[in-house]
Write a protein that binds this ligand. Structure first.
Ligand code: NPQ
Ligand code: MG
Length: 377
């Protein structure tokens, strides 16, 4: 694959952060809890050539990962943004290195890097998709379905998404809501492309119930065990017929290489926020592609900013499995961009405009902004 030319450097004047509270169309329940409002941080990088936008995909509480809204809010203002503003000019490819001395906080770093990338690529008149190495104009769209009241309600919800045209269904599971829920969906819809996500809710002591899922011919089981249980995932993977996919555990390209070396996973879910940015996400993609390991693009209930960037990432050639890049209206009655991602024939279009390729709906953005700060050079 041709190496993309580096993006221009930008002269940063200020970085603005906003905390948003965006209403969801319906509650979203996983093994770690229920959300009715998406609390998320939006980043605006103000440069001498114009603005760039990014999104920090933390949740209100540290349930999916150790990061949360106010950890990102604090570390960004206290350490990350000052380190960036200290520079006269910054190229997107330099952001990760500038922020590397600060341990962890990958989602915060990823949101800042995306804002700089967007500003630089808008200046260059180049799309994020082209910059990352996208090879598709549209991608098949999957949907992640939260845990419902009971299996009958799950069947009804899944049926509605299938009617909309989604190309693949993922259902959330947890102990006590696993084999029965999966059986209900298989019985109702037959051989649809189906996978499950446990969000770390099991231990090796649950191996029998996890093995009981083998009879459903699932595409994969995602993150059955805890984030740092790499060896236990390898033990489990050797005992299951269902492919094991890691999400929470894969916090970097190095973590991905280690997990593959240990045979802890045969599939990897790539999320830019979790690995510290879209450029690191491409490195995870590249190493999996070289290893012949299929990847797919995960989701963090992104607004139109992160959703557009995810569509670009998911158009790289190694994304051979359908990801969680669903239409904006799967989560939001009103998005904060003027042209939200829509479902067309089970696919979503990869934006082609400069940068992330979508424009901010400032009235919609202002309406959901609950806190705002700007740091200047
Ligand atoms: C996953 N996402 O793959 C995540 C986890 C997740 C689309 O299934 C609020 C904000 C609630 C982010 C719940 C999907 C969330 C969230 C779950 C992310 O594991
Ligand atoms: Mg997951």
């Amino acid at each position: 694959m041709p190496i993309a030319p580096p993006a221009s450097s930008v002269a940063l004047e200020a970085i603005e952060l906003r905390v948003l509270q965006v209403p969801l169309v319906s509650p979203f329940t996983t093994s770690f809890g229920t959300e009715t409002v998406r609390e998320v941080i939006v980043v605006r990088a103000r440069t001498t050539d114009g603005d760039g936008w990014g999104e920090i995909v933390t949740q209100q509480a540290p349930l999916y990962s150790s990061e949360y809204t106010h950890s990102a809010w604090d570390v960004a203002q206290r350490f990350l943004i000052p380190a960036l503003l200290e520079r006269r000019s910054v190229a997107p490819e330099e952001v990760a290195g500038i922020l590397a001395p600060f341990v962890g906080h990958r989602m915060a770093k990823a949101g800042l890097e995306l804002a700089v990338l967007d500003a630089a690529l808008r200046t260059d008149g180049r799309s994020l998709a082209a910059h990352l190495g996208a090879v598709h104009e549209r991608i098949p769209s999957g949907v992640s379905v939260g845990i419902q009241r009971d299996p009958a309600a799950l069947v009804e919800t899944v049926g509605a998404y299938l009617d909309e045209g989604y190309a693949r269904i993922k259902i959330k599971i947890k102990p006590g809501r696993d084999v029965g829920d999966t059986a209900a969906v298989r019985d109702a819809f037959g051989a649809i492309p189906l996978q499950v996500d446990a969000n770390s809710a099991y231990t090796l002591a649950d191996i029998d119930v996890l093995a009981a899922l083998d009879r459903f011919d699932l595409l994969l089981i995602e993150q059955p065990l805890q984030e740092d249980d790499i060896v236990d995932h390898a033990t489990l993977a050797a005992r299951l017929r269902t492919p094991v996919c890691l999400d929470e555990s894969i916090v970097s390209a190095k973590a991905a290489a280690d997990a593959l070396a240990l045979r802890a996973a045969s599939v990897i879910n790539i999320k830019a926020g979790r690995v510290g940015g879209y450029l690191e996400a491409v490195r995870v993609h590249d190493l999996c592609r070289d290893a012949g390991v299929p990847v797919w693009c995960g989701g963090m209930l992104e607004t139109g900013i992160g959703r557009a960037a995810n569509a670009a990432l998911a158009a790289l050639p190694g994304f051979t499995l359908t990801g969680d890049v669903s239409a904006s209206d799967r989560f939001y009655p009103r998005d904060i961009v003027t042209e939200p991602i829509v479902l067309e024939d089970g696919h979503v279009r990869v934006p082609t405009g400069p940068g992330i390729g979508v424009e901010i709906d400032t009235a919609a953005l202002d309406e959901v902004t609950v806190d705002r700060v700007e740091l200047r050079r």
